[in-house]
Design a protein around this ligand. Structure first.
Ligand SMILES: Nc1nc2c(ncn2[C@@H]2O[C@H](COP(=O)(O)OP(=O)(O)OP(=O)(O)O)[C@@H](O)[C@H]2O)c(=O)[nH]1
Ligand SMILES: [Mg+2]
Length: 201
């Protein structure tokens, strides 16, 4: 029997809609920072102190504070509304770990590609990797650093050779609201694509 106040005790069954999101990007673009800013649980991190091995491979230019790098993944969670919970997986950015991306992308509804336009060339290969994956929806989020030069959306789109339908957003990965807005834009894009594909099939 359902008691009068069951609505207070039980979450509506619609609540548990877990959605997996993958955050990728070149070395040091702010993936771990973004997961940490938005996660409502203490994020799981796999940070290791950077060693000499990375010197010359991964540039720390423009990242004066950076001391560690992700070696496996970041994990966080955010409840977007009473129906939607996002599970966030942040990928490692060092190229030697990119082989982990395939596994991390398994079951993801969308990918947030974080880019640092001060080192945009580092992101070209990241975008190539995604295009190889084919059908996982993605959007590009420009992480704004203090010395980031402003480019128009058209300039960015052209530089990254993005399709007109791929959304570009801008955020400060340290800012919870801005980072969350980027994730919401991704979820919306993935939802729209999935609807369009259903109609087409
Ligand atoms: N000013 C500024 N600094 C940022 C921002 N996002 C990240 N940082 C700093 O930039 C550095 C890089 O951040 P991480 O979050 O470790 O980058 P990552 O993409 O996870 O790096 P890897 O896992 O090594 O690829 C850190 O020192 C952050 O404090 C931002 O939006 N603005
Ligand atoms: Mg990281």
């Amino acid at each position: 029997m359902v008691s009068a106040n069951s609505a207070d005790r039980y979450l509506p069954h619609t609540v548990q809609q877990p959605v997996k999101i993958l955050i990728v990007g070149a070395f040091g673009v702010g993936k771990t920072t973004l997961v940490g800013s938005v996660s409502e649980i203490r994020p799981l991190r796999t940070e290791e102190t950077m060693t000499e091995a990375g010197a010359g491979v991964d540039s720390l230019a423009g990242l004066p504070e950076k001391r560690t790098t992700t070696v496996a993944m970041d994990f966080g969670r955010i409840t977007l509304n009473e129906r939607l919970v996002l599970y966030l997986f942040g990928a490692p950015g060092q190229r030697r770990f990119w082989n982990l991306w395939e596994g991390l992308a398994e079951g993801a509804v969308g990918v947030l590609v974080l880019v640092d336009t001060r080192r945009l060339e580092d992101s070209f290969e990241v975008l190539d990797q995604l295009e190889l994956r084919g059908d996982t929806p993605f959007i590009v989020a420009v992480n704004r650093f203090p010395d980031t030069q402003h480019y128009s959306e058209q300039e960015l789109r052209q530089a990254m050779d993005l399709l007109p339908e791929t959304p570009i957003v801008e955020c400060d990965a340290r800012d919870r609201t801005e980072a969350m807005d980027a994730l919401i834009a991704l979820v919306q894009h993935a939802t729209e694509l999935s609807r369009a594909r259903k109609v087409a099939s």
